[in-house]
Ligand binder design. Structure first.
Ligand SMILES: Nc1nc2c(ncn2[C@@H]2O[C@H](COP(=O)(O)OP(=O)(O)OP(=O)(O)O)[C@@H](O)[C@H]2O)c(=O)[nH]1
Length: 209
């Protein structure tokens, strides 16, 4: 069984506190786009909100459960902790909510790469990783996160038996690496709206030009 966790509890300071997951791109909200993609590749999807009230905003998403942070104020680490306890799959794809172009083929590739490891994390280089577009082994995360106090994902990644998947390998599936497109502020949103780039995936698993 494969699971996915989508973290939605951030303050989105760079977007002026706006709900980034409800930004729209090519006719759908970010969260709808992401969930539609994940439905193709996982058996279970859990959205992790900051608190139970925030979960009400996601009740329209069919077949998606919402849970909320147990350990508050830890940022994405807190969301990862609550989400990991809520899912059942041994391997979990973890996504931020501001990635409207996640590619199902890349998610599949990360699940395959994670077998025999605690995590499969895309890496641009030794310093630049994509820990919120990555696959983790549930039991390894639980063991680590129960004790973890740091807000940073980095110590966790270092302590796990992590497989780094180079973005060059990912280009074989998603040549322009659109899967990592993330929107931190309104300028980013305007720039993808204006761009000619589309991140629909056609039947061949390739992003369209
Ligand atoms: N459940 C949960 N998710 C969080 C929390 N903090 C951040 N996230 C999510 O984690 C992902 C990465 O968040 P960040 O980039 O650190 O912060 P952000 O809120 O998106 O944006 P900034 O405030 O502008 O940095 C996003 O999907 C956030 O919604 C939290 O405390 N709880």
């Amino acid at each position: 069984m494969r699971s996915a966790i989508v973290l939605v509890g951030g303050a989105a300071r760079r977007a002026g506190g706006r709900e980034k997951y409800f930004f729209t791109f090519q006719g759908k909200t970010f969260i709808e786009r992401l969930i539609d993609t994940l439905r193709e590749v996982v058996d279970e999807i859990v959205v992790v909100a900051r608190d139970p009230e925030q979960c009400e905003r996601f009740s329209h998403l069919q077949g998606v459960r919402c849970t909320s942070d147990i350990r508050q104020g830890l940022g994405p680490i807190g969301g990862l902790h609550a989400g990991t306890l809520a899912v059942h799959g041994e391997y979990i794809f973890v996504a931020a909510c501001d990635m409207p172009c996640v590619h199902p083929g890349v998610v599949e590739m990360l699940f395959d790469a994670a077998v025999g490891y605690d995590a499969a994390i895309p890496s641009w280089n030794a310093d630049m990783l994509e820990p919120l577009h990555a696959v983790y082994r549930r039991s390894a995360l639980i063991e680590y996160l129960e004790e973890h106090e740091s807000l940073s994902l980095r110590p966790m990644i270092w302590s796990l038996n992590t497989r780094y998947v180079s973005v060059e390998a990912i280009r074989q599936i998603d040549p322009d690496l659109l899967t990592f497109t993330n929107i931190n502020n309104l300028e980013d949103l305007e720039s993808i709206d204006r761009s000619e780039r589309h991140c629909e995936v056609d039947g061949t698993g390739q992003s369209s030009p």
